[in-house]
Design a protein around this ligand. Structure first.
Ligand SMILES: *Cc1c(COP(=O)(O)O)cnc(C)c1O
Length: 330
């Protein structure tokens, strides 16, 4: 096995992120013991899961002497905000391709993209990086050396961040003498999910890794499970880990994704309010709100016993809340 530390990496996050109990949520739901790992607290630019991926992606960009980062996402993309901040911290230029049109007021993540001095191209319906190749060619013709990061930072290099996170989590669980039965998190572009699967294979973890699917549309033409297994397989190869995942290894809760990406329904709203009211913790409207709604539904459906321990991986996203004030509190 190759140690991840031999691969290019730029330190951007404050690690390890904390893990703590959610005692009041555990009590009100009358289900399993619930823990939370705070990857919303990775530090850079208000935190989030993309910072872990960016440590390896930006490390690779710097090793290749690139001077510009390009990536893409939805209008309120957390990934794009964290990429813009990483570029600023490393003295690189940043070009973002954002779905939709320039809003009248730069709110939430867009405000932050602007502060980090990213150049924004608005791409209408296309929010998954379709315009990245053309932008890359254009920047190259202007004499730049761009490094393109896929939608969500989800490729094998980005997934290394979550293989590493899994190791970090297992060390924390060992110190606390806790055996986790399940890890629940928001799964959208697949890199977090893929990295966790590789880390779990490496550590011999016996519990489940359950992604709550956020986006009903897949990326490109592949089914989502195939995307996750492909990213996981190539990350495992980079790490020299003998791991050959199949679609059956990708456990998904697909209960709430049909409402569409970025649409808030009563379940997300209730989950956000519940975690705020019972724990003083801020979830986000697009990802962690829906993922927590998934966890709450699983608990209410009796999928976990009271003797089990479930960890919710908080992947961040709170800056987007400020763009959803109308939907959340009217
Ligand atoms: C991107 C993102 C996710 C999903 O991670 P993927 O690796 O894209 O599956 C979850 N939560 C938040 C807040 C995100 O920004």
């Amino acid at each position: 096995m190759r140690d991840i530390s031999s691969l290019p990496r730029k330190q951007l996050a404050f690690l390890p992120t904390p893990v703590h109990e959610l005692p009041r949520l555990t009590k009100v739901l009358k289900g399993p013991r619930i823990l939370m790992k705070r990857d919303d607290q990775t530090g850079l630019a208000l935190g989030g899961n993309k910072v872990r991926k960016l440590e390896f992606l930006v490390g690779d960009a710097l090793a290749k002497n690139c001077d510009t980062l390009i990536t893409a996402g939805a209008l309120q993309s957390n990934h794009c905000r964290q990429t813009a901040a990483a570029a600023a911290a490393c003295g690189l230029s940043c070009h973002l391709v954002l779905g939709g049109q320039a809003p009248a007021i730069a709110q939430g993540n867009i405000l932050l993209d602007r502060l980090f001095n990213a150049t924004i191209t608005w791409s209408g319906e296309l929010r998954k990086g379709e315009l990245i190749p053309a932008l890359k060619t254009q920047l190259q013709s202007q004499g730049r050396t761009p490094y393109d990061i896929p939608y969500g930072g989800s490729n094998a290099i980005g997934a290394l961040g979550y293989a590493h996170a899994f190791r970090e989590l297992m060390q924390q669980m060992k110190q606390l003498s806790i055996d986790l039965d399940s890890i629940v998190f928001a799964s959208s572009s697949g890199g977090t999910h893929a990295g966790l699967l590789v880390g779990a294979a490496e550590c011999g973890y016996q519990g489940t890794i359950r992604g709550v699917k956020i986006d009903k549309e897949s990326i490109g033409s592949l089914p989502f499970r195939t995307t996750v297994t492909q990213i996981a397989a190539s990350a495992a190869t980079m790490m020299n880990i003998p791991f050959h995942p199949t679609a059956a290894d990708v456990i998904l809760n697909e209960q709430f994704c049909n409402a569409g990406y970025g649409t808030i329904t009563s379940v997300e709203k209730d989950a956000i309010r519940m975690v705020a009211e019972y724990e003083g913790i801020v979830l986000d409207p697009v990802y962690t709100g829906r993922a927590m709604a998934g966890l709450i539904a699983l608990i209410r459906d009796g999928c976990y016993s009271t003797s089990q321990t479930v960890l919710f991986l908080h992947t961040g996203g709170a800056p987007a809340l400020f763009a959803y004030a109308q939907e959340l509190v009217g």
